[in-house]
Design a protein around this ligand. Sequence first.
Ligand code: NAI
Ligand code: MG
Length: 354
Amino acid sequence: RHFNIALIPGDGIGPEVVAEGVNVLKAIEELDSGLTFSFTAFPWGCEYYLEHGRMMEEDGIDKLRKFDAIYLGAVGYPGVPDHISLRELLLRIRKTFDQYVNLRPISLLDPSLTPLKDKTEKDIDMLVIRENSEGEYAGAGDRLFKGNPEEVVLQTGVFSRKGTDRIIRYAYEEARRSNRTLTSISKGNALNYSMVFWDEVFEEIGKEYPDVTTYSYLVDAASLYFVTDPERFEVVVTSNLFGDIVTDIGAGITGGLGLATGANIHPEKKYPSMFEPVHGSAPDIAGKGMANPIAAIWSVSQMLDFFGEEKWGQAVLDTIKEMIGETEYLTPDLEGNAATSEVGDQFVKKLSKK
Ligand code: NAI
Ligand code: MG
C-alpha cells in the first residue's frame, strides 16, 4: 500500500503542526512494513502571495490533481485580506476537487476537556456531516445601488437537487454503516425556499433507509441541545453555514480548536480529498512552539481511515486519548506546558509502543 500525499503547510502555526502530523505518518511507515507514504511539499500561502501576487502557482491545481490526499495546515495571515487567502487557496481546492463532504467528528476524548457538567466520553460522540460545496457559501449575490440610501445587498443560498441529494444520501449511508441515528439540522420555518427543500429531500431519501432512525431539528434549537443535551446527536447532516457554526459549538464543548479536525472529502475519488485541522494560522502564538498539534494529528487519523487504513486511524485516535488522559504532555491551550514538538515526539513514542 502506497499513498502520495501533497503537503500545504501554509501560514502561521500551519507548518508547526503539519510537521508533527508528518512525523506520525513516518512513524507508522516504520511500524508497518507494508505501508509507505511519499510527501511533496508546496510552499503556498500568504508569504508566497506577498512575493508572487498569488496564493498558489498558476498550475497549482493541476500539480495537486495526481495526489491521493492533500494535508493542509492553515492559511491566512495579517497583511493579506482573508477573503483572498481563503478563497484563492482553500476554497479553490475544495471547489475544484468537488470535496462536497466535510466530516467533523465531535467527540469528547476526556471529561476534563468539556465545560459542561457531568459529561462522559459517551455523552458527546457525534459525526457532523457538513455540506461543503454550495448552500449559503456559494458566493452568489449582488450589491445594488452601492452607497445609496436605497442600497440593497443580496446573499443567495444555492441548494441544487444534485448537491442536496448527494450530501443527504452520504449521511444516510454513514448512519446505516455505523448503525447510528441521523439528525438533520435545518430551518424550514424561516428559510421558506432553501430549507423547506432541504427538509423534503431529507424525508424523501429517508424512505430508502427505513432502518435508520431520524430526527430533524431547527438550527436554533439544535444549537441549544449541543450545549444542554449533546447525547441526542450521533450522525448529523446539515448545510454549509449551519455546519460551520454548530461544529464550532462542538469544538467548544470538547476541548477547543486545538483538538478540532475536519476532512474535506470527494467520495468518488476522482480527485484528491483534503485533511486539515479546523483552526486557522493563529498569528497570536505562531513561531512560539505553543501550538497544539493534536488537531492536525487527528486529521492524520481521518486521512488513514479514508485510505482504508482504519486500523492505523484508530491507533492514532487511541493514542490521542491516552495523551489527553495523562495531561503531562499537553500544550498551554489545554493547561499544560509542553511545546508543540514535545507533544509530537511523545505521541510518536506512545504510538510506537502499540
Ligand atoms: P485561529 O483558529 O487561527 O485562532 C483562534 C484562537 O485559537 C487564537 O487565540 C489561537 O491562538 C487559538 N488556536 C488556534 N489553533 C490553535 C492550536 N492548534 N493550538 C493552540 N491554540 C490555537 O482563528 P483566527 O484568529 O480567527 O484566524 C487567524 C487567521 O487564520 C486568519 O487569517 C483566518 O482567515 C485564518 N483561518 C484559516 C483557516 C483555515 O486555514 N482553515 C480557518 C480559520 C481561520
Ligand atoms: Mg469555521
